[in-house]
Structures are given as structure tokens and as C-alpha cells.
Design a protein around this ligand. Structure first.
Ligand SMILES: Cc1cc2nc3c(=O)[nH]c(=O)nc-3n(C[C@H](O)[C@H](O)[C@H](O)COP(=O)(O)OP(=O)(O)OC[C@H]3O[C@@H](n4cnc5c(N)ncnc54)[C@H](O)[C@@H]3O)c2cc1C
Length: 471
């Protein structure tokens, strides 16, 4: 990426953050007018944000690309699917054939087929009725502008935990509902607003598509980072500046331009600013004048550690298993006082589009109430590798110990208040008097677990707002 020294810059648009939202906003603006002078300022030394693809060794001395951040695209997510088609990026379905495993709260691991989870019939009926009630409630959510949804304030004022308590009547059904909410949102159900929950469900095309298992989940051939790479070829390397953490945005009264300053001392004068940083990082940026809209404080996001282990053969498939394992115990131990059974929360088949065998999964970072992080105990990747392979071998058999390569990535928990998140409009004008600072980002709620579809949607929307203002 570019590095620029010397005099201050003059721009039409500055975009803060080179994640999917920022890159999509830049791509959309330059597609509209390739002469626009645009800069993306990114704090980290890499682009992609929550999209992270790494190269691992595979069988036959080959290597391949595997995802450690966002992994799945649902077939009904319109904006991200349209972008993939436009960029000529191919998808392939998540492998789902064969039996799945689930570790129950008593530590017993059971196998099951399809969505026939190893729980009692009453719990099953209860959870299906809960999801169908949630899906029917999600119809009220306005995906374009959630604040305009019917009963928006009510939806945003109710936690998923409260919704579950009012809707689910069996203990087992409640455990399943909490497990799914926690793994999908990486937050405790008490901290997720019903609005966020229903928004994500609806944007995925309903609860069945969101839960997966129905052939609607896709991965990207060659890894998700392809999306960022292709966007960069349109945006131009020279327009993206990494290692530039924005610390202030100053807009003098009556001025049509804003000054964006970075920690390294770069100052960019610009007509428009698009902010795509997560709400938990917004506090690092000083706004003058301050926002005219109050930002809800981010609530606690649990974080996760994602790992990939590569193998010579997908031995689990040969044995009739899908590669899917969910640990209700490890997932719920993050939010309840339960004996911690081991950090593995979820495993999926991660075989690449080229057929290189891999298991992909996640580890819990710790318990919300007693934050002894897994990374405090298992400090090095080698320590984590040993624990993960032992656990995989317990589930899938001894062959799981013979990984060709292993890598993981720690997505740190995001500290915030331990209260319920509040949803907010994706494209709020911070400074309504001039309308020059735009908000975009998948972080429609204070959790970092938005969706790529949300990122693309809000990037396009911020760009379109600017195009409209430029007319
Ligand atoms: C482990 C994991 C799994 C996921 N799985 C899925 C999935 O399967 N499907 C799905 O749809 N979504 C998934 N997501 C969510 C999805 O990846 C995100 O919603 C999406 O990528 C967010 O894009 P963004 O651009 O809005 O934000 P980000 O990707 O967070 O980008 C924001 C950027 O802003 C930068 N920044 C922050 N502060 C500053 C500053 N002061 N100055 C300059 N730059 C700054 C950050 O470094 C970052 O690069 C997953 C996320 C994670 C972490």
C-alpha cells in the first residue's frame, strides 16, 4: 500500500478503515466518477479488517488459502452476492453431507443427522416454534433503515434473553436458543438487542438459511481476501494508506471541508469523510464539533480464536461425517457458570475449492464473568495447536492428530459495558448541520459480528449519499 510523506493532502473523499465497508464505499464512488480524489486511511498494517485469509501447507507439497475471519455467504444475501458476481469471484457450497456431532451440557458427545439435534422432542418443538416466531417478528425489520421498522424502539429496547424467556418454555429449548445466539453474535443473549438479532436473521434470508445445513452457505474460492484484492485493483494501491490511525476529524464552523488527522501527523483536507471503524474504536477519534447524535456505548463482545488444520485426506467425510461439531458446553460456558470443558466451540469442514482437506473451527476466548482468557493459559500457537488437535482426535479419531499444517488467529474480545447493545442506523450523519461526515460499516450494532452483506450494503449506501450530495 502507498506511503505518502510531505505536504498535506486535498481530497474529495477520505474513507477511514480499509475493511469491506470502506473498500466497497471507495469502489462505488470511483465507479461513479473515476476522477474523484479519494484516500483510504487504515490504522492497521494490513487491509481487510475482519476478512483474513492465510496460506497453509497442504498435501502433495502444495499450499492453499484458508479463511480465519468471515467465512460464509448466504445465498439470499443480495448485496454481497451481487458484488461477487460483479467482481467475477466464484463461490462453492459449504460441505454438509453426513452426520454432525454435538457436545451437550453434560459433556457427552452425540452424533445426529441433518437438523435432528440430539435433544428431547419437547425441546425440539420448542426451539422450532421459537425460531418461527423470531422469523415472523423479523418481517417487521426494515433492512434499508432499521430505525424505520415497525416498533423500532421496542425491538431495540428488548434483549434476546428477554425475548427467549418470554417465548421458550423448556430448559433444553432455552439452552439451544442461547447457544445459537451466542455463537452467531459472539455476545451474551442478554447483550444482544432483539433488533440486531432479527436484522441479521432477516438479512440472511431467515433462520434456516442463517443456521446453515440447508445448502445455502457458500465459501469463496481462493478465500474471502480475494474480494478485497479485486476491490483494490479498481481503487488503486496508491489510494490506500495503511499504518495511518485517524485520531481526529475537525470541521470548522461554516467550512465546507473537514481536516482528518492521523497519529503519524498526516493531515488530509476533504469534502467528505466516511467513517467505517467499529463503534468500540470510535472513541479513539476526536470529532470537532462533537457528534450531534448520541452513540450508544459498545457492549461486551466475547471474541473468538479461529483455527484451520490441514490434512492429506478429508478422513471424516470418508467415515460418513460432515466435519461439523458444536459444543453447547463450551459455547454456554462463556456466558454461564459452567465447568469449562475445553475451548473448542465449533468445527466445520474447511476443505478448499481445490480439494485440499481441512477442518476449520473456533475456540472460546474465556468466560464473560471470569475472564480468564484462553490466550492467557495457551499463550503460543503451538500450545493451542496441541490442545485443538487432541480435542479433534477425541471427536473425529486419531487421524486428526496428523495435521499437515495449523494456524490460528486471535480476535480479541471487545471491551464495552456489560449491558444490552443498541442498534443504530448504518448511515448516520454525525454532523447533521453540514452532512459531510458519513457513517458506514457492518457494525450496525456495537458488536463486531455484523455480516459482510451489511458491510457491502452500508458501504454502497454511504457512497450513494455522497454522490447525491455532490450533484
Ligand atoms: C471470526 C469472524 C467470523 C466472521 N464470519 C462471518 C461470516 O461467516 N459471514 C459474514 O457475513 N460475516 C462474518 N463476520 C463478520 C464480517 O467479517 C464483518 O461484518 C465485516 O467484514 C465488517 O467489515 P467492516 O469494513 O464494516 O469492518 P472491519 O472489517 O472491522 O473494518 C474496519 C477497519 O477500520 C480500521 N480502523 C479502526 N479504527 C481506525 C482508525 N482510528 N483509523 C483508521 N482505521 C481504523 C480497522 O483496522 C479495520 O481494518 C465474521 C467476523 C469475524 C471476526
Amino acid at each position: 500500500m502507498a506511503s505518502e510523506t510531505g505536504s498535506d493532502l486535498d481530497c474529495d473523499v477520505v474513507i477511514i478503515g480499509a475493511g469491506l465497508s470502506g473498500l466497497t464505499a471507495a469502489y462505488t464512488l470511483l465507479k461513479h466518477d473515476s476522477n474523484l480524489k479519494l484516500r483510504i486511511l487504515e490504522a492497521s498494517d494490513r487491509i481487510g479488517g475482519q476478512i483474513l485469509t492465510k496460506e497453509l501447507k497442504c498435501g502433495n507439497g502444495e499450499t492453499d488459502q484458508f479463511d480465519f475471519g468471515a467465512v460464509w455467504i448466504h445465498k439470499d444475501q443480495k448485496e454481497i452476492n451481487a458484488l461477487l458476481a460483479e467482481l467475477d469471484i466464484q463461490k462453492y457450497p459449504q460441505y454438509e453431507k453426513g452426520k454432525n456431532y454435538m457436545e451437550l451440557l453434560d459433556g457427552k458427545v452425540k452424533s445426529y443427522s441433518g437438523d435432528n439435534m440430539p435433544v428431547g422432542i419437547k425441546d425440539k418443538l420448542d426451539i422450532y416454534s421459537y425460531f418461527s416466531k423470531a422469523e415472523s417478528a423479523s418481517k417487521a425489520v426494515n433492512l434499508e433503515n432499521p430505525q424505520l421498522s415497525v416498533n423500532a424502539a421496542d425491538l431495540d429496547g428488548t434483549s434476546v434473553e428477554d425475548f427467549r424467556k418470554k417465548t421458550v418454555w423448556t430448559t433444553g429449548g432455552g439452552d439451544l436458543a442461547d447457544m445459537m445466539a451466542t455463537i452467531n453474535h459472539t455476545m451474551a443473549p442478554a447483550h444482544i438487542s432483539k433488533m440486531e438479532y432479527l436484522y441479521v436473521m432477516k438479512s440472511c434470508g431467515g433462520y434456516e438459511a442463517q443456521m446453515g445445513g440447508d445448502g445455502s452457505d457458500f465459501r469463496v474460492e481462493g478465500g474471502m481476501f480475494q474480494i478485497c484484492q479485486k476491490l483494490v485493483t479498481h481503487i488503486g494501491d496508491e489510494n490506500i494508506h495503511t499504518g495511518e490511525k485517524v485520531v481526529s476529524i475537525v470541521q470548522e464552523d461554516g467550512q465546507q471541508r473537514a481536516l482528518v488527522k492521523t497519529q503519524s501527523g498526516k493531515v488530509v483536507s476533504t469534502k467528505h469523510v466516511v467513517v467505517t471503524v467499529p463503534p468500540s474504536n470510535i472513541v479513539d477519534i476526536e470529532f470537532t464539533p462533537p457528534f450531534s447524535i448520541e452513540f450508544p456505548p459498545p457492549s461486551y463482545s466475547l471474541g473468538t480464536i479461529s483455527f484451520v488444520a490441514t490434512y492429506g485426506q478429508p478422513f471424516w467425510r470418508d467415515a460418513g461425517f460432515s466435519g461439523q461439531h458444536m459444543s453447547m458446553l463450551s459455547i454456554l460456558a462463556q456466558i454461564r457458570e459452567l465447568p469449562q470443558a475445553g475451548p473448542l466451540t465449533m468445527v466445520m469442514d474447511g476443505v478448499s475449492s481445490k480439494g485440499h482437506a481441512a477442518l476449520f473451527g473456533t475456540l472460546a476466548t474465556g468466560n464473560l464473568k471470569n475472564l480468564t482468557l484462553v490466550t492467557d493459559k495457551l499463550k503460543t500457537m503451538d500450545e493451542r495447536k496441541a490442545v485443538v488437535l487432541t480435542k479433534l482426535a477425541e471427536i473425529f479419531g486419531r487421524q486428526a492428530e496428523q495435521a499437515i499444517d495449523y494456524a490460528d488467529h486471535v480476535w480479541e474480545p471487545e471491551e464495552g459495558v456489560q449491558e444490552m447493545s443498541k442498534f443504530m442506523d448504518e448511515c448516520v450523519f454525525f454532523n447533521q448541520s453540514s452532512g459531510r461526515v458519513h457513517w458506514a460499516g457492518a457494525h450496525v450494532s456495537p458488536s463486531w459480528a455484523g455480516t459482510m452483506n451489511g458491510a457491502v450494503h452500508s458501504g454502497i449506501r454511504a457512497a450513494n449519499d455522497i454522490i447525491e450530495q455532490m450533484k
